[in-house]
Design a protein around this ligand. Structure first.
Ligand SMILES: [Zn+2]
Length: 311
């Protein structure tokens, strides 16, 4: 059954088989415009599953404000179950603000910036570890002077057990940097990922979005974010995390959220005969936030990213 309040717009992209589908759901009462994005990375299904469930379950008669939903930000990568776009190899999360005359992924970024992010008052971008990486359920936000306070409150309202603050400036090219440049408070969500998202995580994402809608006054329910989260800080820039120095079988030696001391061995990478090719230490004291899950790594793949306590 279709939600009678939903409206869909299909925007032409550089790839005729992969239009950008944008849905709007307008509440009965005035309120903020909340943009929700999923599948910026095509191997992260938590966003599309969460947003499709919300589109069926939300009743606009009981809602204030407007949702702009973009459940498949990179439809080509979603269809291929890949992190980046098969057509040009680009990572959509590095392409904002995009270029209407550029490569297919740059065109997508420009369309999303214009039709999803910039018309919004607030933004939530739903990610996950995808196939190769594991992480705890957390909400991340940029701590810019103009938007950091509102973003922090949204991150808290989501109800994740961990909140990650990224000091300004955010690295460029992201949905969050695009929003921040436009003065729009924005957060992103991450969770353990995997090829098949666990149903309980999708339920947590859906409840988290509803919690933020309650926080923003869009739903007539009492915000209930649960226990105070663990607060961590750090850049979170996965382009400058610890990468695999060699290719081989990957053996992780630490647990998510474990305290790390500089020099602790976090990964061994072995050859096919079991010989250790490289032992990879923590580069600083911290907390393990992203850890490689896949058991084979290629040289240059992300192994680990860490944060530090922010209490
Ligand atoms: Zn992602």
């Amino acid at each position: 059954m279709t939600n009678p309040g939903l409206r869909e717009t299909r925007l032409t992209t550089a790839l005729p088989d992969h239009p950008l589908r944008i849905f709007t759901l307008k509440g009965a009462r005035a309120g903020p415009v909340l943009a929700l994005i999923g599948a910026v990375h095509g191997d992260e299904l938590e966003g599309p599953l969460t947003l499709s469930a919300l589109m069926q379950s939300l009743d606009p008669a009981e809602m204030a404000g407007t949702l702009i939903l973009c459940p498949a930000a990179n439809p080509e990568a979603l269809a291929a179950s890949t992190r980046c776009s098969p057509s040009d190899g680009r990572n959509l999360a590095r392409c904002f603000p995009g270029d209407p005359g550029g490569s297919p992924t740059e065109v997508l970024a420009a369309l999303i910036a214009r039709h999803v992010i910039r018309p919004a008052d607030v933004l939530i971008d739903l990610h996950s570890g995808g196939g190769p990486v594991h992480c705890p359920l957390f909400a991340g936000y940029g701590d810019a002077a103009a938007t950091g306070g509102a973003a922090r409150a949204m991150a808290r309202a989501f109800g994740a057990p961990v909140v990650w603050r990224h000091p300004a400036p955010l690295p460029p090219g992201r949905t969050l940097s695009e929003a921040q440049d436009a003065g729009i408070p924005a957060i992103y969500i991450e969770a353990g990922g995997g090829i098949v998202p666990p149903p309980e995580i999708v339920s947590r994402y859906e409840a988290g979005v509803r919690g933020i809608m309650a926080h923003l006054g869009m739903l007539d329910q009492r915000p209930d974010p649960g226990p105070a989260p663990r607060q961590v800080a750090g850049s979170g820039d996965l382009d400058h995390a610890i990468m695999a120095p060699v290719s081989g079988l990957c053996h992780c030696r630490v647990d998510l959220l474990a305290p790390l001391s500089k020099g602790d061995i976090c990964f061994d990478i072995t050859d096919l005969d079991g010989r250790v090719l490289a032992s990879v230490p923590a580069e600083a004291d911290g907390i393990a936030m992203f850890l490689r899950r896949s058991r084979w790594v290629s040289q240059g793949d992300l192994l680990m990213a860490s944060a530090h306590p922010d209490d």
